[in-house]
Design a protein around this ligand. Sequence first.
Ligand SMILES: Nc1ncnc2c1ncn2[C@@H]1O[C@H](COP(=O)(O)OP(=O)(O)O)[C@@H](O)[C@H]1O
Ligand SMILES: CC(=O)N[C@@H](CCC(=O)OP(=O)(O)O)C(=O)O
Length: 290
Amino acid sequence: MRAATAQSKAETLIEALPWLTRFHGATVVIKYGGNAMTDEVLKEGFAEDVVFLHQVGLRPVVVHGGGPQISSALDQLGIESTFTAGLRVTTPEAMQVVRMVLVGQVGRDIVGLVNRHGPFAIGMSGEDAHLFTAVRKHAVVDGEPVDIGQVGEIIKVDAGAVRALIDDGRIPVVSSVARGDDGEIYNVNADTAAAALAVELQAQKLIVLTDVEGLYANWPDDTDVIDSLTGDELEALMPTLSSGMVPKMGACLTAVQGGVPQAHVLDGRVPHSLLLEIFTNEGIGTMVMP
Ligand SMILES: Nc1ncnc2c1ncn2[C@@H]1O[C@H](COP(=O)(O)OP(=O)(O)O)[C@@H](O)[C@H]1O
Ligand SMILES: CC(=O)N[C@@H](CCC(=O)OP(=O)(O)O)C(=O)O
């Protein structure tokens, strides 16, 4: 019995060999979504996975969201908050809360969990060292531009500081707040920020963890997951998507069109989904390829 259990562990390890070889030294940008990070055990598992990737020779970079955490902070402060086309309408007052929650709370939590394993994670706001420069973005509803306040569209990425951290053996943990050349700070959807960074770093993969199994073909009527699709197929689907899937799939499209060979949407509620995606033959979730 013991030998059989040990044997199956060896098989699992050896199945990972081709993937370890293929992704050795590869930069992988991981977007960790607010809805997949509400459970303590899952958060600890996520941190373990990221450290595992680092220790086996990949170069993970984390970009995190925190939508639910921002919403509950705004609620507590009695500040109203709505979404248009998957983006939070952000007043100057809300922007202060967004920055405080993302940079001061959610980012710190992830850094802390990773650093239980060693001196790896360093938190950064997208404002730091001009990482993300943005301009004011309008949402488009029925073809018309709609003002959504201090929401930013990234126009420039300076990833020098991120590269320096990676080269120093660290794991950058980035919050999706951007600076503007106009002196403003901007709230950027974290999926969008992750894609911009993945393109700039020419990552091997963009992996977006969320709270559904992947992209559902006929959501909300049924939950058949689309296993894989091309950038062209995704582009054709984009106008049919709703809510949080709009920025998420838009991010995957930006990544593959920008030279990232694979973009994935995974279920962050599945323990160790990152490892399953990268190191097993089956793969999980939805994969987008150019
Ligand atoms: N086609 C679709 N497939 C899967 N989920 C969808 C789809 N369209 C909309 N959604 C919604 O998008 C949500 C994921 O986006 P979001 O809540 O912004 O996630 P996160 O906080 O992880 O960024 C899902 O929980 C689901 O409610
Ligand atoms: C403009 C915009 O919508 N910004 C997001 C930023 C956080 C985020 O993207 O968090 P998730 O990944 O958890 O959704 C927000 O304010 O909620």
